[in-house]
Ligand binder design. Structure first.
Ligand SMILES: [Zn+2]
Length: 292
């Protein structure tokens, strides 16, 4: 009898070890199954619903439509939190909103595929949004580039049709310079620009009224990279230095679609991040609150 019991115990132990090792193998191949489930056949049976629940996690990751985490939806329009003040800086509408932000802008394009690729790749690397202030005659020549900028989640601004000094134009001519760009951008990407920057930052009351009539937010800049100037030609380090020297909360940074700016951008954005600045999403900028 004793012999029989001990024989049963040996068999039972062997059975347990066998189950245990099978369970270990199972848990190695199914990482979502908790390790404790492998210790008995009974638990393996009851664990089925838990395994099914867990298996829905990988499905969500595989299917971006099912995953609505904010950080994965970079193109979802953000809350309106900022406005452009009279000094053309970006300022929060309310106390408590992050002030240490910069607005990135690129004027005078779209010109060339390689430069657009470079700017868009670097902006995406830093999860940054920018305004591309475009000229109508360039959009007409490169509608596909405008479409790419838009499709990759960047924002299109109006920089007049011909890049002329609008202060010297008649009221009718200045209006046409602005409104023809509104039209060609809408015809190309299906949306009208919300931001306007006059060429050379040169404007007058009439131009402000034209912008207002077109629901455009008017701005020049508050931090000039001088990337258009001969002093920075082929000198990405000089472009970065100019921006860092003028850095302030709400810096509205003027840059252009130029090869040395494309080259400078990655390091510039890294330096801004290291100093604690974040990149304001232009879509979170609207008109100044009524009380200001
Ligand atoms: Zn310009």
């Amino acid at each position: 009898m004793t012999h029989l019991i001990s024989k049963k115990l040996v068999l039972f132990s062997a059975f347990c070890i066998l189950l245990s090792s099978c369970g270990s193998l199972q848990s190695n191949t199914s990482p979502q199954r908790p390790a404790t489930e492998s210790s008995s056949a009974v638990n393996n049976t009851t664990s089925e619903p838990i395994t099914n629940t867990n298996s829905s996690e990988p499905n969500q990751i595989e299917d971006p439509v099912a995953n609505d985490e904010p950080e994965t939806n970079l193109n979802e329009a953000p809350e309106i939190k900022y406005h452009i003040n009279k000094a053309y800086r970006v300022v929060p509408n309310e106390e408590g909103t992050e002030k240490q932000v910069v607005l990135l802008t690129f004027d005078d394009g779209p010109k060339e595929q390689d430069m657009i690729n470079g700017l868009l790749d670097t902006l995406e690397k830093h999860q940054a949004k920018a305004i591309f202030f475009v000229n109508g005659y360039r959009v007409k020549a490169n509608p596909d580039l405008l479409q790419q900028i838009h499709d990759r989640g960047q924002i299109i601004g109006n920089h007049s049709w011909d890049h002329i000094d609008l202060k010297n134009e008649t009221s009718e001519s200045a209006r046409k310079q602005v409104e023809d760009v509104q039209q060609i951008v809408e015809d190309t990407i299906g949306e009208r620009p919300r931001f306007f920057r006059p060429p050379f930052g040169s404007g007058n009351d009439n131009l402000h009224k034209i912008a207002d009539d077109n629901d455009l937010i008017y701005m020049t800049w508050s931090n000039g990279s001088l990337d258009w100037d001969a002093s920075t030609k082929n000198k990405p380090e000089a472009v970065i230095q100019n921006v860092m020297d003028q850095l302030h909360n709400g810096s509205n940074i003027l840059m252009h679609e130029l090869p040395w700016t494309v080259e400078a951008l990655d390091e510039m954005l890294t330096k801004l991040e290291e100093k604690g600045y974040s990149f304001v999403d232009p879509r979170s900028i609207s008109d100044a609150p009524a009380e200001q």
